[in-house]
Design a protein around this ligand. Structure first.
Ligand SMILES: C[S@@+](CC[C@H](N)C(=O)[O-])C[C@H]1O[C@@H](n2cnc3c(N)ncnc32)[C@H](O)[C@@H]1O
Length: 237
């Protein structure tokens, strides 16, 4: 029996956001992949500055170092976070090993439209066109594995360990896709974080924050990017 396609993710539309970068709007879900005020700025601020960079800084502050940083992303989407992480790896000379989950990949025509907005389309195209469920060395300091599954299914089927240093929790908003923000998913992510690791997200919802605390992560509230009050980190300490 074939599965009925999920129409919520149908008919994606390309949009230009406030900082000139591109994103996607899903009409059925009435939701965008990034802030309309600036996709590039939001992703860099939430996931790079307050994800990878904060994690690396606290490691250095403790006088520790690591051979590689393991990242898990919930929602590959346009690949913007992955592309920024690949650039951060190069700029900081840190090896990043990146697993990303995406059950509803964008159509190839949409990827072709998006690529013109990227300063480095070669890396962007590689991220999108490599095979799923295999590891790929995208550059000497950036390895990628794309998993075509929902977080809840992957967590139920895979043998998972507390191996991720940084988790980018970048699902659609809790009002649009509440199932992804379930307490069970939050607990899964908390269990997947290595000691000293951080989960970072644009989401500042009260219930989500209570679930992070219940999963024994230490909550940090940070000022948001333009037009957003706060974002959230959860540290495993
Ligand atoms: C806000 S967008 C992600 C944006 C993306 N990180 C980027 O840089 O473009 C949310 C993504 O989560 C994916 N998604 C939806 N349900 C999911 C689930 N149950 N588990 C993991 N990802 C999911 C969507 O298909 C979508 O690509």
């Amino acid at each position: 029996m074939t599965e009925t396609p999920d129409t919520r993710f149908a008919d994606p539309e390309l949009i230009k956001t406030g900082d000139g970068s591109f994103s996607i709007f899903l009409p059925q879900l009435n939701e965008t992949y990034h802030s309309r005020h600036g996709a590039l700025h939001e992703s860099k601020y939430v996931y790079i500055d307050h994800g990878l960079a904060d994690y690396w800084q606290q490691l250095l502050a403790k006088g520790e170092t690591k051979k590689e940083v393991n990242v898990l992303e919930i929602g590959f989407g346009t690949g913007l976070n992955a592309w920024l992480a690949a650039r951060w790896a190069m700029a900081n000379d840190v090896n990043v090993v990146y697993t990303t989950l995406e059950p509803y990949p964008l159509p190839v025509e949409m990827v072709a439209k998006l690529q013109s907005g990227f300063e480095d389309p070669a890396i962007f195209n590689q991220l999108h066109h490599v095979n799923w469920d295999e590891w790929h060395e995208i550059s000497p300091l950036f390895s990628l594995r794309k998993v075509a599954q929902r977080l809840e299914d992957w967590a139920a089927n895979d043998k998972l360990e507390a191996q991720y240093d940084v988790i980018f929790y970048d699902a659609f908003g809790p009002s649009k896709q509440p199932e992804v923000w379930s307490a069970a998913n939050v607990l899964t992510c908390a269990n997947l974080l290595a000691l000293g690791g951080v989960l970072t997200t644009y989401c500042a919802q009260g219930q989500f924050r209570r679930d992070l605390r219940a999963a024994e992560l230490t909550l940090v509230k940070l000022p948001g990017p333009p037009h957003k009050n706060e974002i959230t980190q959860g540290w495993k300490i």
